[in-house]
Design a binder for this molecule. Structure first.
Ligand SMILES: NC(=O)c1ccc[n+]([C@@H]2O[C@H](COP(=O)([O-])OP(=O)(O)OC[C@H]3O[C@@H](n4cnc5c(N)ncnc54)[C@H](OP(=O)(O)O)[C@@H]3O)[C@@H](O)[C@H]2O)c1
Length: 386
């Protein structure tokens, strides 16, 4: 008679090993990144929690961070393994800034966070492209809603960067009232779509510019469905007739806020459509072209040109204010007023070897860097049997 031990003795969660997408020095994403498998997390020390990531997005800034050209830097991790990569002798950077995680264990002295609670990151560059991490209680913000309340994993995973940016840019520079107009380029970016939706909630009207493409009419319909008032291409923006059209739509009312994530000519051209005492807010430079503005806009129209960085906003504002903003956004999401971004999940399966997983990650990042994906890619890393 063959005697076998119950399987669950070998499959309890404490025996699952972790995975992370790491780099040891800055460089192109297709070369710098690799996957390591590391030991299960020990129980959390006091005032810390162990969290398990559910989904974590690739944002444009993640690529810049890995390349070493982004001002917000991660810290080295040296406690993942006792030897090799991730150990004291070979510390690594764990990539990823944003993500949705579930609390799996709480240390002594932790209150308000229980096993199963969904959290998002408050601290930048925590290293979210991993299965599990140990973090301080103040490194995360508890989500007021979870999957049982209708919040999707994709909503949660993309909560702290783009929706907050869109909300704050509409809120921080000028007081806008219902019926006011704003203008933006890169309107089909994830941030641009959130600007459209939040503007709609606030009763603001939007003039949106995008790059021309084969399926332009589909994109126009999609943005209009989100609440865009007008959607046009940069060719329309550079046409002399645009000034007259805008005047007709707005009834001559000055536009006082322009949002720019592209730079170069599409930025200067939207600035030229602004009225007096207006604000141009730049939050990205997707074209990699410098921002160059006619001096006359400053002299004769009293234009103010600002930069917005959500990381700075986050440092300058209280946890209470941040949690309140997350609460507002999460509520709108559960009410169907803010759509999750178009996305595809990239799963790193338990059975993928580190080498196979590394190839998958590099290939995906290559497509993202070349602008070939057209939607958000969200990492789902499975832990590995011991
Ligand atoms: N400052 C902050 O706090 C903050 C926060 C969040 C995001 N951001 C920045 O906001 C930008 C958008 O982020 P996202 O996550 O919304 O990105 P996303 O969804 O990946 O969208 C990228 C956008 O950039 C456009 N684009 C790409 N290359 C371009 C080029 N050469 N010329 C003109 N347009 C180009 C794309 O248009 P096509 O569809 O035509 O390719 C698309 O509209 C990024 O620069 C990001 O770093 C900044």
């Amino acid at each position: 008679m063959v005697f076998s031990l119950p399987k669950r003795l070998f499959s309890c969660s404490s025996l699952l090993r972790n995975r992370a997408i790491i780099y040891t020095s800055n460089g192109p994403v297709t070369q710098a990144l690799s996957i390591i498998t590391y030991q299960p997390l020990p129980p959390p020390p006091p005032n810390t929690i162990n969290i398990k990531f559910i989904l974590a997005p690739i944002n444009p800034a993640d690529l810049n961070t890995i390349e070493g050209v982004y001002p917000s830097k991660p810290s080295l991790s040296s406690n993942l393994s006792s030897s090799g990569k991730g150990s004291k002798d070979e510390p690594v950077f764990v990539a990823g800034n944003e993500g949705l995680a579930e609390v799996v264990d709480v240390g002594e002295g932790v209150s308000g966070l229980e096993k199963g609670t969904w959290v998002v990151m408050d601290k930048p560059q925590v290293g979210t492209w991993a299965t599990s991490r140990n973090v301080g209680v103040k490194d995360v913000i508890r989500l007021p809603f979870g999957k049982l309340n209708g919040l999707s994993e994709a909503h949660g995973a993309t909560m702290t960067v783009n929706p907050t940016t869109a909300y704050n840019m509409l809120d921080s520079f000028i007081q806008l009232s219902e019926g006011d107009w704003i203008i933006q380029n890169g309107a089909n970016s994830a941030v641009g779509k959130l600007v459209i939706q939040i503007a709609k909630i606030r009763g603001l009207k939007t003039i949106n510019f995008v790059r021309s493409r084969d399926n332009l009419s589909e994109l126009v319909k999609e943005l209009e469905k989100l609440g865009a008032t007008k959607v046009l291409t940069y060719d329309d923006l550079y046409d002399k007739s645009i000034r007259g059209k805008v005047k007709e739509w707005t009834g001559g009312k000055d536009i006082r806020l322009a949002l720019n994530c592209v730079g170069g000519e599409p930025a200067a051209a939207i600035a030229k459509l602004l009225g007096s005492n207006a604000h141009l807010v730049s939050y990205g430079a997707m074209s990699k072209k410098p921002l160059s503005l006619p001096t006359s806009l400053f002299i004769f129209k009293n234009l103010t040109s600002h930069g917005f960085w959500q990381t700075r906003w986050s440092k300058e504002n209280s946890r209470h204010k941040k949690a309140a903003l997350i609460g507002t956004l999460a509520e709108w999401m559960t009410q169907g007023k803010l759509k999750a971004p178009d996305h595809e999940n990239l799963t790193i399966f338990r059975h993928d070897s580190d080498e196979e997983a590394t190839q998958k990650v590099r290939e995906t990042l290559r497509r993202v860097a070349e602008g070939k994906v057209g939607k958000k890619v969200l990492f789902k890393l499975e832990d590995v049997n011991a």
